[in-house]
Design a protein. Sequence first.
Length: 515
Amino acid sequence: MAFVEVCLWTLLAVVLSWTIFHVTKTMKKATKLADVAAEEKRDGVPDVIIVGAGVGGSALAYALAKDGRRVHVIERDMREPVRMMGECMQPGGRLLLSKLGLQDCLEGIDAQKSTGLALFKDGKETLTSFPMDTNFPYEPYGRFFHNGRFVQRLRQKASSLPNVRLEEGTVRSLIEEKGVVKGVTYKNSSGEETTAFAPLTVVCDGCHSNLRRFLNNNNAEVTAYEIGYISKNCRLENPDKLHLIMAKPSFAMLYQISSTDVRCNFELLSNNLPSVSNGEMASFVKNSIAPQVPLKLRKTFLKGLDEGANIKITQAKRMPATLSGKKGVIVLGDAFNMRHPVIASGMMVLLSDILILSRLLKPLGNLGDSNQVSEVMKSFYVLRKPMSATVNTLGNAFWQVLIASKDEAKEAMRQGCFDYLSSGGVRTSGMMAMFGGMNPMPLCLIYHLFVITLFSIGQLLSPFPTPLRIWHSLRLFGLSLKLLVPHLKAEGVSQMLSPANAVAYRKSYMDATVV
Ligand SMILES: Cc1cc2nc3c(=O)[nH]c(=O)nc-3n(C[C@H](O)[C@H](O)[C@H](O)COP(=O)(O)OP(=O)(O)OC[C@H]3O[C@@H](n4cnc5c(N)ncnc54)[C@H](O)[C@@H]3O)c2cc1C
Ligand SMILES: *[C@@H]1O[C@H](CO)[C@@H](O)[C@H](O)[C@H]1NC(C)=O
């Protein structure tokens, strides 16, 4: 009996002490959880606010959140954008996407492979490809796609991370205290004015940026107008080439942006555009542009028009990059730097900027340390040069060459450019590596521009030099200097000509390792 009693008491003691132990443990756990919750609430402030979830804002949100930052992205319109820009990712851009871990955003959107250019001038045609034999550590192919589908994939990818909060809202202004940006005021999805605060704000609100003007006095210059539409249910004979037609007054383009859709567009230089709404534009395309499109492409070019496709007009802008003196804020993307879109590389420069910036910000403990952030920005400004200066100069210079002219020297340069790209061998592959962002070396670009000039002069002087031909050649040389010098000035002579910068860029940002 006594034995049973002892056993029962022991059992009771064990149960009791276990219960007490367990209860105190869960109580402790609960208080710990409450502490964590309190801490999170206290720390509810994100590390960074990003204005705009376009190409740049979304990719940056992903990169910073991967490094453990809490990111609050505010985007005006979460619906799939429908627009005529950012439809081609160059091979260099794809490499950068993969280094950011975002390469899958080009999958599942019916993107088309791009292998180079099909160039047309005065009934002649030449097919070029991105070179295979460089030390470029990635597939030498780009992609064509619907921009909106790509942007949606980037947004999904960013918001798949738990430390990214992607909210619909329109940012109205930056909140500033003693010259330091502390956050933003915005209208949220229920239409109410509200505020958000963070140690760092990144403005990535695109080419029509409203916020840029609070930060610097950098002005965007409208250089031309891109007019385009989509021809549906058709396929180009070479769907993997960007078809570039050297026409008058400027270029026309066709490229396959999905398995069934072809983007058709062309450029006009004056702002006195035929009206789209009263049908003048459609007749203008039919009468003035279509006849310059090679016969084998013309049916595709006209199909969209005949089926009443929506004609879009987009401004081409140019704006050199300048750093903002304001603290607590960074400007990126089209709000920061733009070049003529003819070489389809804006997204590539932006991805390069994001890769550089996210690596520089990674070691910082506190993004609110404005001195450290401004040091980072100074380094960023130098490190980005090889890619940005190459693309900006190539884009702006190539565009100027493409414009038709009555001036014989200019025409010789235009013809020389076509012939140079058609000539094959290292000339073509060298230029195609430039176009593909596979060789971001400003010095190499200057070399090609120089050779194109000599090449054009050679043709201008043949079959034998006459005084008039010599005169035109001298003018052509002057023209090519005129093409280059403003860019050298805008981008910084020493930074553009320093091969060390370019080699360092290549080593750090264009190797095969994924970060
Ligand atoms: C005609 C044309 C063709 C182009 N083609 C190519 C190409 O083929 N390949 C290429 O690489 N590049 C191309 N570019 C360039 C490329 O499109 C841009 O460089 C790129 O889209 C810039 O990205 P971003 O993030 O700065 O801006 P965007 O992608 O425009 O994103 C800005 C975002 O901010 C949002 N936003 C704006 N204001 C606010 C606000 N106040 N509050 C909240 N959100 C806001 C917008 O809704 C938008 O989602 C082209 C450009 C042009 C003009
Ligand atoms: C919008 O902001 C107001 C004021 O801060 C807030 O009460 C409301 O919940 C917000 N709406 C949404 C959808 O976040």
